[in-house]
Design a protein around this ligand. Structure first.
Ligand SMILES: NC(=O)c1ccc[n+]([C@@H]2O[C@H](COP(=O)([O-])OP(=O)(O)OC[C@H]3O[C@@H](n4cnc5c(N)ncnc54)[C@H](OP(=O)(O)O)[C@@H]3O)[C@@H](O)[C@H]2O)c1
Length: 277
């Protein structure tokens, strides 16, 4: 089963944070493969726009409005998706937020918001989704759990400490769950995007000179879905320069400290306005 391509045709898929950015682009990419989608987020309007774009591609989409940081909402979203779709084959934990700055300048409320959305919500949604994913995995072997982590989940990025903590937490969560699910027919994939041109990045002033050149979101979504079809467990959409930093970090983390040091002040100034909460 594990060497087969993951067949996405007709899969019942819940995508969190599907009203914009990577979530919307994934919805369109999956719709073009015949996916049947449930789209979750706080605001109905952007979700409805995604649903209309999905409909143009011959897929069907159901919208679910919810604040995933509220008590009981990750579970309710999963249950609504299961009712609307008649089961669940794929869960994509995509909704996320960010606040960058020197740690002592980040409000405690923002730190909690990142932990609640980027880490706790995926854990709770996955917990609620597992019985349904297990049923799908047992039935056809093409179920999947996808976590949208970040390059910051692999390399501790200065001025993104709480964000990096949540994204690294998601990496280990996915890995542990993958091992629990061995032989279940549920493929588990973690995605590591570098900077992508989405609304999340609108308030960052950091550009390519600081390593924050933005990739077009559609390109990234195509790579994510291709990686999923190939049953990759780590789907890394970073450009080569950033991957080199990631490899250096694994081999010689102090060399990364030294490489980043000369531009620390510039980076701090450029990202201290970066907030999507
Ligand atoms: N863009 C990048 O450079 C980049 C890089 C690495 C990783 N990522 C990750 O990719 C994922 C998607 O981000 P994006 O770049 O596509 O950003 P985005 O356009 O801001 O999308 C985030 C989505 O999450 C939803 N959301 C936010 N707070 C929520 C809440 N409390 N409950 C439910 N939904 C909520 C938002 O819709 P509402 O406001 O309507 O709720 C929005 O549609 C995130 O996990 C992010 O960390 C992004």
């Amino acid at each position: 089963m594990s060497t087969n391509r993951l067949d996405l045709q007709g899969r019942r898929t819940l995508i969190t944070g599907a009203g914009s950015g990577i979530g919307r682009a994934l919805a369109l990419e999956l719709a073009s493969r015949g996916g049947v989608l449930a789209l979750a987020g706080r605001r109905l309007e952007p979700l409805a726009e995604t649903a209309a774009l999905v409909a143009e591609r011959v897929g069907a989409a159901h919208t679910i409005t919810a604040d995933l940081t509220a008590d009981g909402e990750p579970e309710r979203v999963v249950s609504d998706a299961v009712s609307a779709l008649g089961g669940l084959d794929i869960l994509i934990n995509n909704a996320g937020n960010v606040r960058a700055a020197a740690l002592e300048d980040i409000d405690i409320a923002d730190i909690r918001a990142m932990i609640d959305l980027n880490l706790l919500a995926p854990i709770l949604a996955t917990r609620a989704a597992l019985p349904h994913l297990r049923a799908a995995g047992a039935e056809h072997g093409h179920a999947a759990l996808v976590g949208i982590s970040s390059a910051a989940g692999l390399v501790g990025t200065p001025f993104y400490a709480p964000y990096a903590a949540t994204k690294a937490g998601l990496v280990r969560f996915d890995e542990a769950v993958r091992r629990e699910l061995h032989g279940s027919g549920i493929h588990v994939a973690t995605v590591y995007p570098g900077p992508v041109d989405t609304p999340m990045m609108a308030t960052s002033q950091a550009g390519a000179d600081l390593g924050y050149g933005l990739r077009p979101v559609n390109e990234v979504a195509v790579e994510i879905v291709a990686g999923l079809e190939e049953r990759q467990i780590d789907i890394n959409t970073q450009l080569p320069e950033r991957r080199a930093m990631q490899e250096l970090n694994a081999r010689d983390p102090l060399a990364v400290d030294a490489a980043l040091a000369p531009k620390l002040d510039e980076l701090r100034a450029a990202v201290s306005s970066h907030r999507s909460i």
